[in-house]
Design a binder for this molecule. Sequence first.
Ligand code: H2B
Length: 97
Amino acid sequence: MTAKLTEDQRRLELSSLSAHGWAETEGGDAIVKTFEFGDFVSAFGFMTRAALWAEKMDHHPDWKNVYKTVEVTLSTHDAGGLTMKDVELARKMDALA
Ligand code: H2B
C-alpha cells in the first residue's frame, strides 16, 4: 500500500501544488481544486481524459461537474489520507486541463 505523506513531504509537495490552485482540506486528508473551462464540452473532455489516466494509474478522483466547472478532491482512501499517488494525479490533471 502507498504510504501517507509525512509532514515534511506534505509541506514540500503542497508548496508547488498550491501555486497551481490546489489546497488542503481541513485536517489535511485531501487536496481540492476547482477547474474552470470555457464550456461544458471542454469540462467533460477534461474529465474523459483524466478518467482514462486515473484508470491507468488505478487511482481515482472524487469529483463533481457543474456546467463548465469540475471540482476535484484527491485522497488515497486505502491509506486514509494523502499519498504521492494524489500528488501525481494532481499534476497529471493540471497537465490535461
Ligand atoms: N483511488 C483512490 N483515490 N484511492 C484509493 O485508495 C484507491 C483508488 N484504491 N482507486 C484503488 C482504486 C483500489 O481500491 C484498487 C483495488 O486498487
